[in-house]
Design a protein around this ligand. Structure first.
Ligand SMILES: Cc1cc2nc3c(=O)[nH]c(=O)nc-3n(C[C@H](O)[C@H](O)[C@H](O)COP(=O)(O)OP(=O)(O)OC[C@H]3O[C@@H](n4cnc5c(N)ncnc54)[C@H](O)[C@@H]3O)c2cc1C
Length: 382
């Protein structure tokens, strides 16, 4: 097996590394490196810096800002970004609704939304899940009924990540209750400032406010905000969810955290062979995952993600969680400390909330139990 990059890809990697480590805003990188939370403004600034350099949406059609790169180049771009502590472009915009509008939207929708979506002038939220409609997404109950030229939407979405920042929300709504459940769903784009939209916070176990409920009461949505045909929403949802799993394995970021943990915990590791063995095992598993990511990149064709993207989601999130657990074990009581401290103590102190927060990673983006079923069916043929 030939694992070395070609000269061209090697040069590309250097180009990415140089941009991310020398041109990209330093303060944002530092915030990520130190494990501090990014503000909305920082997330917008970050994506706009990437977009200005043509690096926010390289996987989109070239007409709308894509770069026509090979899958391998996209992989390198993604890894180098994370290795340099650069936040990846907002997934709701860059990986989810952008490609859907580019593929299924009208010309008017493309012109209205795509440039602003790439530049994060519009912040999108994802309004798919509902109580009783998560893994069984087709069971969703939010309704949209045509009244003149408008859709009138009623219902509730849940787990809407960063919905408090959202300008627009892409939703799946039931437009025909009489047919098989997948056949009666449509995709609607809803302006979150519309009368009748209410965002209610959900507090998470780490104390943060990252997810929300979104309620719709007689919300009027212009007919032109329908994506694709009426009742074709399941097709767009499958397209979007396939893209959601690609790039969900944060290999570069997990490697960076593990390397930092080794550096800060050097003296503890020197005295503890069992902890050292854990580090080695994690490093090996990360290497295996990285090779899988390269395999997926090398074998993905067209819009369809390679089925092994489910392996990336599953193992990527498991390793992310395992590394966060190792950091807590290395930091010991420091991970629960309060009050001021030096940079090392600060880093450890944020690690217990991070560990708790990352329990979510095996649930969102299609829970890991569901990924196992996809792997058993589509890869192992069981
Ligand atoms: C932090 C976080 C952020 C999220 N952000 C968003 C967002 O922005 N927008 C959005 O639309 N959604 C979002 N989600 C929702 C997410 O996609 C769903 O939580 C997920 O699909 C699981 O659905 P559920 O919560 O209804 O759990 P359920 O489907 O009720 O599952 C509960 C448990 O049962 C298991 N299970 C379910 N069905 C099966 C089966 N057939 N076989 C084996 N096991 C099964 C699941 O794996 C899980 O462990 C987010 C979720 C979280 C936790």
């Amino acid at each position: 097996m030939q694992l070395a990059l070609t000269e061209d890809d090697q040069a590309f990697r250097e180009e990415m590394r140089t941009f991310f480590t020398t041109t990209f805003p330093e303060e944002i990188r530092r915030t990520v490196e130190e494990g501090r939370e990014l503000t909305r403004e920082q997330i917008v600034e970050s994506q706009q810096a990437l977009n200005a350099a043509g690096l926010a949406v390289p996987h989109w059609p070239e007409e709308w800002g894509g770069r026509g790169w090979s899958e391998l180049k996209r992989h390198i771009w993604h890894e180098e970004m994370q290795a340099a502590s650069v936040p990846v472009p907002l997934a709701f915009n860059a990986s989810m609704i952008g490609p859907v509008i580019a593929q299924f939207g009208t010309q008017e929708q493309k012109e209205k939304f795509l440039p602003k979506t790439a530049n994060l002038d519009i912040w999108w939220s994802q309004g798919f899940s509902e109580p009783d409609a998560g893994s069984d997404l087709a069971g969703l109950r939010t309704t949209a009924v045509l009244d003149g030229d408008d859709w009138v939407v009623n219902g509730q979405k849940t787990w809407t990540t960063l919905g408090q920042y959202g300008d627009w929300i892409f939703t799946l709504v039931r437009t025909d209750p009489e047919v098989k459940k997948q056949a009666g769903i449509s995709m609607l784009l809803i302006d979150m400032t519309s009368p009748g939209v209410e965002v209610r916070p959900i507090e998470l176990i780490d104390g943060g406010h990252e997810v929300n409920e979104v309620w719709f009461t007689d919300v009027r949505v212009p007919g032109e905000n329908l994506v694709g045909e009426v009742n074709s929403g399941w097709t767009q949802a499958k397209f979007l969810l396939g893209n959601e799993r690609v790039g969900v394995a944060p290999v570069g970021a997990t490697k960076r955290v593990l390397a930092r943990a080794k550096e800060l915990g050097a003296s503890i590791l020197a005295d503890d062979p069992l902890l050292r063995a854990r580090v080695v095992e994690l490093e090996n598993e990360l290497l295996a995952l990285e090779l899988t990511a390269l395999r997926v990149a090398a074998h993905s064709a067209g819009a369809e993600p390679h089925p092994a993207s489910s392996v990336l989601k599953l193992k990527g999130t498991e390793l992310q969680q395992a590394v966060s657990e190792l950091v807590v074990d290395l930091g010991g009581p420091a991970t629960l400390a309060s009050g001021e401290g030096d940079a090392t103590l600060e880093w450890y102190r944020r690690s217990t909330p991070t560990y708790l927060n990352l329990r979510k990673a095996s649930i969102y983006g299609g829970s890991n139990e569901i990924q196992r079923q996809i792997i058993s069916r589509n890869i192992l043929g069981l």
